[in-house]
Ligand binder design. Structure first.
Ligand SMILES: NC(=O)c1ccc[n+]([C@@H]2O[C@H](COP(=O)([O-])OP(=O)(O)OC[C@H]3O[C@@H](n4cnc5c(N)ncnc54)[C@H](O)[C@@H]3O)[C@@H](O)[C@H]2O)c1
Length: 393
């Protein structure tokens, strides 16, 4: 099929992660029929955009998103901007006939997410949302083990996504603290990842009970007045924080399992602790991103006196993403670890396979609508102080 020419919009944190993935995929996945070309980097300000394009190996730049999607030499639009413009851009890109890859959360709310799904389906383009943690080899192994029934009947999902970067009240407001741009705080930023994994590994969630809090209610503006914060604060004035700093939720899965989910930016000592555990009738598995090359597994059928969690290093050729089709290792010899960036490389590789086959790889926009429905139910439950049905606002 040849090259897939990418137009990437946004060029900061995720811009770097995605650029690196496009750069590395041909090296690590040479068997793919399609390979990405870093064609056009899109952003609002010419000077930093050009510097970013040069640093990250993009051929050209474009400051007008509408012009980007009209180009004949771009096949895939990758959206790594703040959340408020995801859906508008995704819809426009789909209507222009481009495949769409979008960062999470897909949308600001459920109605928007459904509009995005309708647009990509109407256009018949390939779509995917970047919940990259699904493609950590240990997480993909967890999925395999669950599908093989190794855990039996699932009783519990338990997840924590903990960060601490907002702990200091003097940390300035950023777009992630502003509802108009982020949609929500720890909820859409962190809990969305855990919800995506919970839906994938355990199944649909019927209802949630939720509470959330904004611990620091106003913050200094970033470098004075920053238009990108969507604030009109005058110099010296504090900016109101109108998103959640931390969120806790209970969940009832359709298959009867019980879930607890927690996400916060106020857990000192946790920079990016992404943990989950699944308990079933035949055993347990647990994952912690800080030790992302390991999956812990407890099997109730191990002999009494020899029972205990075993540590599986997911660094063998037989593990997901770690081997090549003709045999041999994809990355390094067994035991030589992989890292955060490999989750993006693996994700982009699957996206390219999806484009080859004209199939939208999971999590696609339909999966993201389900995640968004749980996020919205969390919001409703927290506002009402009780349980909320998923998908019923
Ligand atoms: N998959 C993950 O693990 C993960 C991790 C971090 C962020 N994200 C998601 O990625 C997205 C971007 O986050 P980030 O951390 O890279 O943010 P960031 O602030 O580091 O970068 C945002 C980029 O978007 C650009 N931008 C801002 N508003 C824009 C607009 N209206 N039009 C065009 N460009 C605009 C900025 O100039 C910047 O280049 C968010 O949706 C976030 O939730 C996902």
């Amino acid at each position: 099929m040849g090259d897939i020419r990418v137009g990437l919009v946004g060029y900061a944190f995720m811009g770097r992660a995605h650029s690196n993935a496009y750069r590395q995929v041909p090296f690590y996945f040479p068997e793919l029929e399609t390979q990405p070309v870093r064609k056009v980097l899109c952003g609002r300000s010419e000077e930093p955009l050009k510097a970013a394009a040069a640093a990250m190996g993009w051929e050209e730049t474009e400051t007008d998103f509408d012009a980007l999607i009209q180009r004949d030499d771009v096949d895939l639009i990758d959206i790594v901007t703040p959340n408020n413009v995801h859906v508008e851009m995704a819809i426009k890109a789909a209507q222009a006939g481009k495949h769409v890859f979008c960062e999470k959360p897909l949308a600001m709310n459920l109605a928007e997410a459904k509009q995005a799904l309708a647009a990509v389906e109407a256009a018949g383009v390939v779509h995917m949302v970047c919940h990259n943690y699904r493609r950590a080899p240990a997480v993909a192994l967890a999925k395999q083990m669950l599908e093989e029934g190794l855990l039996g009947t699932i009783y519990h999902w338990r997840s924590q996504y903990l960060q601490d970067w907002l702990l200091d009240p003097q940390t300035p407001a950023v777009w992630r603290t502003q509802k108009a741009i982020a949609g929500s705080g720890a909820l859409g930023d962190l809990l969305a990842h855990s919800i995506d994994l919970a839906l994938w590994l355990v199944g649909d969630i019927d209802r949630v009970c939720c509470d959330m809090e904004t611990f620091v209610k106003e913050r200094p503006p970033l470098a004075g007045i920053d238009a990108s914060l969507g604030t009109t604060a005058a110099a010296g004035e504090k900016v109101k924080v109108d998103v959640d700093d931390g969120v806790v939720a209970l969940a009832r899965f359709a298959n009867g399992a019980l879930g607890t989910l927690e996400a916060t930016r106020f857990a000192p000592g946790h920079r990016n602790y992404n943990f989950f555990e699944v308990n079933g009738s035949k055993g347990s598995i647990r994952f912690n991103l800080e030790r992302m090359n390991e999956l812990e597994y407890y099997n109730v059928e191990d002999p009494v006196g020899r029972q205990g969690f075993r540590l599986i290093q997911t660094l063998e050729e037989v593990h997901p993403f770690m081997g090549v089709p003709e045999g041999g290792g994809r990355y390094w010899p067994p035991g030589h670890i992989v890292g955060y960036e490999h989750t993006f490389i693996n994700t982009v590789a699957d996206l390219l396979v999806g484009i080859e086959k004209s199939e939208s790889p999971a999590p696609n926009f339909a999966d993201a609508v389900k995640t968004q429905a749980v996020l919205e139910a969390c919001d409703s439950a927290a506002a009402a102080g009780g349980w909320a049905e998923v998908g019923k606002g």
